[in-house]
Design a protein around this ligand. Structure first.
Ligand code: PLP
Length: 768
């Protein structure tokens, strides 16, 4: 984008006058943020219109979550005007950095939503016509704070900063019909800028509104009728994002959200397609749709319904859906696969349910073995099965994950439709995850291999011969990033981290399978070892955590409490705190992640083998030059393939071993035969920590009693984990260690989301 400083500042000034009746000198942060953003937005219209007018097949990426993060810096960078705008603002005494206070758009929970955001950016940057479709939640993922070590949630009012990067497109408003009410869906379009290539794709987020303006008469006639009031409130279906990661809560509101989003999107797309006068049977020549996990799978019966209303036979409509839809699976955990009560669904969406039943009938006819092949069974609708049955392609998100889908999770389906199953390993956009968050390191790389790697990440391999040469720069930049992070943590969390400590970081949603608990136990183990003298010359290390726990996830919240208690114990110990610090940062989000991954010495990726479908956090650390301490799980396997297992720190049971171990697992026996493990687990119940609510006690119980004690094999992997972890920490600081770190960066090419979206485009979407 061309940039003219004088015109830009004039535009900003003009917008400030019109919208806020002030000038640059008197504008507050929010006003300036909006004016600067709008001054840019008014210039992008021609490219945006041109990109969407191109007459080629497009793909719609349907996702209930888009974890976009902060827009302004990324947008300015991709438009190629980041430094220009910074300079222009500086010339009038304003710091571009002040917009760091602007809220992240956190319309997602974790990896799944962030993946959607990375894919949109990468598609625009590689020139692929991919548009996102989702929900414009009024409140995004909750804001987290700690009170007495417990997580507390607050509403995330992200719109209080305004939303200058979206355009309300009222002319495309659509009515979504539920059996008990109609709702107006109004789209807000957000431009997705390709990296310095003039391409502008779209993220279309639907907002729900009453069809008629607030109806006092209707409200009055409800007179406390609970059902009526509930229906009335349903016009607010976009109010909040469900704060669950890897679990489903089968609430009716969630069903409404999912249908609302796919119905509005498909009605809009079909209407526009019909306006071109083409045959609806040929819709898949112009559009295809990627279903990001089970949340948007209602799109399938909804498109069937729409097409049948338009006069297609069921078989014709089925054929269109088969060609148009593809499905990505993100987890093998049964509790995360969407299921609906058939009665509830047929009550709320009778016409849609009818199409689901028709799919079931078609399936029964082809595959009478209903114990293996079913969509509706015992009054439950299985959305994953519906997606697999109808879609052209079903993909897992890392090689090991796709193999597990084929061999276990969807074994029967794989036998029936082997050609449907493909792997597309996840990726991350290198623009946000190194150019933007680690510009100094990017410059050093540019100085050796040029800048073509910005859009062709495999070229990082060309840096290998220079690793020795850039080692001093790499160390200097890492140290500087650590210093900045330490200052930020001091300011936000009030915890002091000496910058010469090793930064050992685990950041990801809090989940038992991710095993933050095992990390916590290792810290306690080191603490006791240092204290009693059995561990000598411990390399000074800061153990840093960031994670939100779903508000209703008891065990996850207990782990947060435990780690905060450990932090208090360690940081408050005059002796041990010379060797260790522990901090759990509050409100981990995309912006915090940007600061953490470039300052890490150790990337903790320690899930129970088989449980983490891919992970993308692991890739962010790798790209910023960090070794992985991890299990052979998800994309860690491919990270080792690319960077060499010898350049990472791998431990623990493998997927095959986990299956065997689980057959006769007795965690208590392991705990009782290991004094080290006994000591750290006993700490949960022997009064070491304050536990007024008994959450640590329950955590202990989850390890030693109940139906499936220690389901995620913390006790089993503990010994190997602390052995490898201690080895890693003692390796730290040598040139050999920094070389390993850099070799990981050089090998990160495969994990570019540019590669992922190109794979999708070629193997699945057939778009160019
Ligand atoms: C990348 C990212 C994730 C995913 O992290 P994993 O370690 O792959 O689970 C979650 N949350 C945020 C904010 C992220 O940026």
């Amino acid at each position: 984008m061309k940039f003219q400083k004088k015109e830009f500042l004039n535009d900003v000034e003009r917008i400030l006058r019109a919208d806020y009746a002030c000038d640059i000198r008197h504008a507050n942060k929010k006003e300036l943020y909006n004016a600067v953003s709008k001054a840019v937005m008014q210039e992008v219209y021609p490219d945006w219109a041109a990109s969407s007018a191109v007459d080629k097949k497009r793909c719609g990426y349907f996702s209930a979550e888009f974890l976009m993060g902060r827009a302004i810096y990324n947008n300015l960078m991709n438009l190629g005007i980041l430094d220009d705008v910074r300079g222009a603002l500086a010339s009038v005494g304003e710091d571009l950095g002040q917009f760091e206070e602007v809220e992240d758009a956190a319309l997602g929970n974790g990896g799944l939503g962030r993946l959607a955001a990375c894919y949109l950016e990468s598609a625009a940057s590689t020139g692929l016509p991919l548009d996102g479709y989702g929900i414009r939640y009024r409140y995004g993922l909750f804001r987290q704070l700690f009170v007495d070590g417990y997580q507390k949630e607050e509403g995330d009012d992200w719109l209080k900063w305004g939303d200058p990067w979206s355009v309300r497109e009222e002319r495309d408003a659509t009515i979504v019909h539920f059996s008990d009410m109609d709702i107006l869906a109004v789209p807000y379009d957000m431009p997705i800028f390709g990296y310095k290539n003039g391409v502008v794709n779209t993220l279309r987020l639907w907002s729900s509104e009453p069809v008629r303006p607030f109806d006092f008469e209707l409200f009055d006639t409800m007179k406390g009728d609970a059902k009526a009031v509930e229906n009335f409130n349903a016009t607010k279906i976009c109010d909040v994002l469900y704060p669950n990661d890897n679990t489903m809560v089968g609430k009716m509101l969630r069903l409404r959200q999912q249908y609302f989003m796919v119905s509005a999107s498909l009605q809009d797309i079909v209407r526009k397609y019909k306006a071109t006068g083409k045959d609806l049977r040929k819709l898949p020549e112009k559009y295809c749709f990627q279903l990001n996990d089970t949340h948007p799978v209602l799109a399938i019966p909804e498109l069937l319904r729409i097409l049948r209303v338009q006069g297609l036979s069921f078989e014709e409509a089925f054929e269109v859906c088969h060609k148009a839809f593809n499905f990505t699976n993100h987890t093998i955990m049964a509790e995360a696969l969407e299921k609906w009560d058939a009665l509830a669904l047929s009550d709320l969406l009778p016409d849609v349910y009818e199409q689901i039943v028709a799919c079931q009938d078609r399936l029964s006819e082809q595959q009478p073995d209903s114990s293996r092949f079913f969509i509706v069974r015992d009054g439950i609708v299985h959305m994953a099965n519906l997606a697999i049955y109808v879609s052209s392609k079903v993909n897992g998100v890392a090689e090991i994950h796709t193999e597990i889908l084929k061999k276990e999770t969807f074994k029967d389906w794989y036998e029936l439709f082997p050609e449907k199953f493909v792997n597309i390993t996840n990726g991350i956009t290198p623009r946000r995850w190194i150019l933007l968050n680690n510009p100094e390191l990017a410059k050093v790389i540019d100085s050796k291999i040029g800048d073509a790697w910005h859009t062709d990440l495999k070229q990082l391999a060309g840096l290998k011969p220079y690793v020795g040469e850039i080692l001093p720069d790499f160390k200097r930049i890492k140290a500087e990033n650590k210093r900045k992070l330490a200052a930020y943590i001091k300011e936000r969390e009030g915890v002091e981290i000496p910058e010469n400590f090793i930064f050992d970081i685990q950041i990801k949603r809090l989940h038992e399978y991710k095993r933050q608990l095992m990390n916590a136990f290792s810290i306690l183990h080191f603490y006791y070892g240092i204290k009693e003298g059995s561990i000598k010359d411990f390399p000074p290390t800061a153990f840093i955590f960031g994670a939100k726990a779903a508000p209703g996830y008891y065990m996850a919240k207990a782990v947060i409490k435990l780690i905060n208690e450990i932090a208090k114990l360690v940081n408050g110990d005059a002796e041990v705190s010379k060797f260790m610090r522990v901090v759990f940062v509050q409100d981990y989000d995309v912006s915090y992640a940007e600061k953490l991954v470039c300052a890490a010495d150790v990337s903790e990726q320690i899930s129970t083998a088989g449980m983490e479908a891919s992970g993308t956090g692991n890739m962010k650390f790798m790209l910023n030059g960090t070794v992985t301490l991890g299990t052979m799980d998800g994309a860690n396997v491919e990270i080792c393939e690319e960077a060499g297992r010898e350049n990472n720190y791998i431990f623990g049971a493998t997927v095959d071993e986990v299956a065997v171990i689980k057959r006769s697992y007795n965690p208590s026996a392991i705990i009782n035969s290991s004094p080290e493990l006994k000591r750290v687990t006993d700490a949960l119940i022997d009064g070491t920590f304050s536990d007024e609510r008994g959450v640590l006690k329950r955590l202990h119980e989850s390890l030693v009693s109940g139906h499936e004690p220690d389901r995620y094999l913390v006790a089993y992997d503990f010994a190997d984990y602390i052995r490898v972890k201690e080895t890693l920490l003692r390796d730290y600081g040598t040139d050999a260690f920094y070389t390993k770190s850099l070799l990981n960066l050089c090998a990160a090419g495969k994990f570019s989301a540019d590669r992922s979206v190109k794979d999708y485009a070629e193997l699945i979407w057939k778009i160019k």
